[in-house]
Design a protein around this ligand. Structure first.
Ligand code: HEC
Length: 144
């Protein structure tokens, strides 16, 4: 391969994989964010809404809210672990005690968890931004 061609290939690889700046990046990031929200909502309705309800408000003293939950928004890595592994023992959400075991959903893929987590942390008044597969991978490595 001659030097000119090699140079061109390097530029192309950098353009495709590197951190790009400018509008095209933010536009494609936004599309991905929107996709995660849509997919996440569907997955939420299948896997979570039974208990946490469609509006994220939870149900009385049984199921804690996700909408404006200080517990969720205060530690998103922990929320990722909870989806995969479940949660047991007393927790306090927005000043209210909950103590009912939540079964983990071990079959969720990292992509699905990223989508669900993006959805729940950006709905019902929650605002966090997109949660990536990479963040899910690293959170799952350090679950308690
Ligand atoms: C069978 C009912 C049930 C299902 C299904 C369920 N949860 Fe939970 N969830 C609970 C209960 C009960 C708790 C409280 C656990 C405790 O008291 O220790 C909880 C706690 C949580 C918490 C931490 C507390 C809070 O409100 O911030 C998060 C986050 C959460 N669930 C997210 C989810 C997500 C996302 C899904 C779907 C992938 C899901 N849950 C599915 C019952 C459920």
């Amino acid at each position: 391969m001659n030097k000119g061609l090699l140079f061109l290939v390097c530029i192309l690889i950098a353009a495709c994989t590197g951190k790009k700046s400018g509008e095209s990046t933010s536009a494609s990031e936004n599309v991905k964010f929107e996709q995660y929200l849509v997919e996440g909502q569907q997955l939420y309705q299948i896997h979570c809404a039974n208990c946490h309800q469609m509006n994220g408000e939870g149900l009385a003293k049984l199921y804690p809210p996700l909408a404006k939950s200080d517990y969720l928004m205060g530690d998103i890595d922990r929320a990722i672990c909870i989806q995969k592994n479940g949660q047991q023992g007393e927790i306090v959400v927005n000043g209210i005690d909950f103590n009912q075991p939540m079964p983990g959903i071990g079959t969720l893929t990292n992509l699905e968890i990223a989508e669900i987590t993006t959805y729940i942390t950006n709905s019902w008044g929650n605002e966090h931004g997109m949660v990536s597969i990479k963040e899910v991978e690293s959170a799952l490595k350090s679950c308690q």
